[in-house]
Design a protein. Structure first.
Length: 304
């Protein structure tokens, strides 16, 4: 719908500029008192040898959340990575990437690698990335992809022993959210790679960010929330948290500011737009859980 501004992600290469050791130290020092306000980054990379590409390049990026699986059996994934479908499969979303479709049409799923990452809270540089399995479960209607780590044990050791962060898993919650304070967690796109010779930046990077808000209204499969600050590009896929831990939804979009000239907008649409002006939009737990239930049933069948 025209009244909704979705979080299309900038497609540009991202370079690291600091050592991983320094990242970890900065991450520990800066985030230790606000861990609950940090999301993971989801980045897709691609390589098309037939198009002359000799290495992987960044395709798209956003935020992601890790949800603890309700199936904790040996051999089955213990956690789900949830992120936007338009980031893991951007070539299927021409409405979000109209200017890139001339080359996105050549991208294939087997040419894409998705990674879960942690970003430096000050610079946005990559602290660490973890490869995700090539198998992806998707729901295009909800704009969600469910992914899993290639090596959960390595990831858990890094989080718990290297970063000393034990509460990185969220639980889906069906708690009442009306009139409750909610935290919207994700990343914002910021310029990076300043070039003093030209006075310009070479690209953009993801910086961890969050804001707070409360439910405004519900419509179809989405919930609109009044937020303290408008949700920014890069927050899509991040969790909506109650009490800092319980995930009650996943950020899907933001309503754009009402234009000055509203003559071309129908009275009905204009009234609705005014009621949700610059609201944040998220997919509630009630819509997410059936997708995860389906994935977990498949896991139980596959790992018997």
């Amino acid at each position: 719908r025209k009244e909704e501004t979705m979080f299309a992600n900038v497609i540009r290469p991202l370079r690291q500029t600091r050592s991983q050791k320094k990242h970890v130290n900065v991450y520990n020092r800066t985030m230790i008192n606000r861990i609950e306000h940090h999301a993971f980054a989801l980045t897709s990379y691609f390589q098309l040898p037939e198009q002359g590409m000799t290495e992987k390049e960044m395709l798209s990026r956003s935020s992601a959340v890790i949800i603890r699986s309700r199936v904790q059996k040996p051999g089955t994934p213990k956690m789900h990575i949830l992120g936007p479908h338009h980031v893991t499969h951007p070539w299927k979303w021409p409405q979000y990437y109209p200017q890139q479709m001339s080359w996105l049409k050549f991208v294939r799923e087997d040419a894409v690698e998705n990674r879960l990452g942690l970003r430096d809270p000050e610079s946005g540089d990559i602290v660490h990335e973890f490869v995700l399995s090539s198998q992806t479960h998707t729901d295009a209607e909800l704009d969600l992809s469910v992914l899993h780590l290639e090596d959960e044990e390595h990831f858990a050791k890094y989080m718990e022993h290297t970063l000393k962060w034990k509460d990185y898993l969220h639980h889906l919650s069906d708690a009442e959210i009306e009139n409750q304070a909610l935290t919207f967690v994700g990343h914002k796109l910021e310029p990076c790679g300043y070039q003093p010779d030209t006075g310009t930046f070479e690209g953009e990077t993801l910086i961890p960010t969050f804001t707070t808000g409360k439910v405004n209204l519900k419509r179809d499969s989405q919930i609109f929330a009044k937020v303290e600050e408008p949700l920014q590009m890069g927050m899509c896929g991040g969790p909506v948290l109650l009490d800092g831990k319980n995930c009650v939804g996943i950020i899907s979009a933001s309503v754009g500011a009402l234009p000055k000239d509203t003559k071309s907008i129908s009275p009905e649409k204009l009234a609705f737009w005014k009621s949700v002006d610059q609201n944040g939009i998220f997919v509630p737990t009630s819509k997410i859980r059936p997708l995860l239930d389906k994935v977990e049933r498949l896991h139980q069948l596959s790992f018997r």
